[in-house]
Write a protein that binds this ligand. Structure first.
Ligand code: GLU
Length: 306
C-alpha cells in the first residue's frame, strides 16, 4: 500500500503527460469491439500528447489462456497500435491487490461471505415472496446481495474459514459510505474534444460488491483501481458497458486514498441482431478477419479511423 501511495505522489508531483491504457482480458480472441476500443485509445492518446499502456487483465486463471494473450499482441501489432514497452499482467501482481484488501479490512469495510450463488438467489426469492415487492437490482440487473453474512460474528466467520468453507470478500457498502460521509463522490468525464464535466456517482446502487472471489484473491473492480494507480493512468477510455461500474471504482479510490483518473466511455459496436459484440457470442475475431484477407486499413476505415 505504501508503494501505491508513493507512486501516486510521484506522478502528481511530476506533472507528467497523460497516460492512457487498453486493458483486454485474454479469455478469447479480440473482435472488432476491442479494435474500436484500442483505436480510440490510440487516437486520444495521440491527440492529448499522451502515452498508451497495455494491461493484460488475466486474474481469471481458469478462463485466461497464454495463447489468447499472444493473440492480443499479434492483433494489436497487426492493427498498428504501439504501446509503451512495459506491459502489466495482473496475474503477476496478486500481492498488490492483497495489500489493498488488507487496508480495507483494517478499516473494517470488508467481510467474508459464504453464500453460494444459489443461496443468494433463494434468499432474494424468499424476500420477494414475503414482501411482495421486487428485490432491488444493481445497474447490471443482478439482485443486490441481501446481506446474509454481513452481520455474522467474527467468531462464527472464523469458524467457517477454518473449516475451509469457500468464501468471497464483500465490501460493506453502508459502512464504506458512512466512513466517507463528507462531500459527493465524483469523477471528471471528458469527451473527444477534451471538454470535461463532473459526474456525481451513487455506488450504493451496487450494494455489497464482491472484492475478492472464491477462486481468485481479487476481483475486476479492485484490480482495476490498484492497477490504474500503479500504472499512473490519468485517462481511462473504455466502453459504455463499464460506465456504471465506474461508481464502484471511484468509491474504492476514495477509500484507499488513490487518485481518480478522468474517464471517457465510448460507444459499443453492435452486430446485425442489435446485440453488442462479445467473445461469448463468438463474434468474428480479428484473427478470422485477417485470415479472410481483410486489411488493418479496411478495419480502420470501417470503424471510422481514417
Ligand atoms: N478487461 C476489461 C474488458 O476486457 C476492460 C477493463 C477496463 O477497461 O477497465 O472488458
Amino acid at each position: 500500500m505504501a508503494r501505491l501511495e508513493a507512486n501516486h505522489r510521484q506522478k502528481r508531483m511530476a506533472s507528467s503527460p497523460p497516460v492512457f491504457r487498453f486493458a483486454p482480458s485474454p479469455n478469447g480472441r479480440l473482435h472488432l469491439g476491442h479494435a474500436y476500443s484500442a483505436l480510440i485509445n490510440q487516437r486520444l492518446a495521440a491527440r492529448f500528447g499522451g502515452e498508451l499502456l497495455l494491461r493484460i487483465e488475466d486474474i481469471d486463471l481458469t478462463r485466461c489462456r497464454r495463447e489468447f494473450e499472444q493473440g492480443i499482441h499479434k492483433d494489436l501489432a497487426w492493427l498498428g497500435i504501439d504501446f509503451a514497452p512495459q506491459v502489466r499482467r495482473q496475474s503477476q501482481h496478486f500481492y498488490d491487490y492483497r495489500q489493498a484488501l488488507d487496508r480495507l479490512d483494517a478499516m473494517g469495510l470488508i467481510y467474508p461471505c459464504f453464500c453460494s450463488r444459489q443461496e443468494v438467489k433463494e434468499a432474494v426469492r424468499r424476500r420477494e415472496v414475503e414482501t411482495e415487492i421486487p428485490w432491488p437490482r444493481d445497474p447490471d440487473g443482478a439482485p443486490l446481495y441481501p446481506g446474509t453474512c454481513r452481520d455474522r460474528s467474527m467468531v462464527d466467520a472464523q469458524r467457517h474459514c477454518e473449516a475451509g468453507k469457500p468464501h468471497v470478500l464483500r465490501l460493506a457498502m453502508d459502512r464504506a459510505l458512512t466512513r466517507l460521509a463528507t462531500g459527493s463522490l465524483l469523477y471528471r468525464l471528458f469527451d473527444e474534444t477534451g471538454a470535461e464535466r463532473d459526474v456525481v456517482v451513487d455506488p450504493a446502487r451496487w450494494g455489497d460488491v464482491v472484492l475478492a472471489r472464491k477462486d481468485v484473491p481479487t476481483s475486476y473492480h479492485l484490480s482495476v483501481v490498484v492497477d490504474d494507480t500503479l500504472q499512473g493512468v490519468s485517462h481511462v477510455v473504455r466502453g459504455k458497458d463499464l460506465e456504471a461500474a465506474t461508481e464502484i471504482h471511484v468509491l474504492l479510490q476514495r477509500l484507499l486514498g488513490l487518485p481518480t483518473p478522468r474517464y471517457h466511455f465510448h460507444r459499443l459496436l453492435i452486430d446485425e441482431t442489435g446485440q453488442k459484440l462479445a467473445k461469448s457470442r463468438l463474434s468474428r475475431s480479428l484473427a478470422d478477419l485477417r485470415a479472410d484477407g481483410v486489411t488493418p486499413e479496411a478495419i480502420r476505415r470501417q470503424l471510422g479511423f481514417t
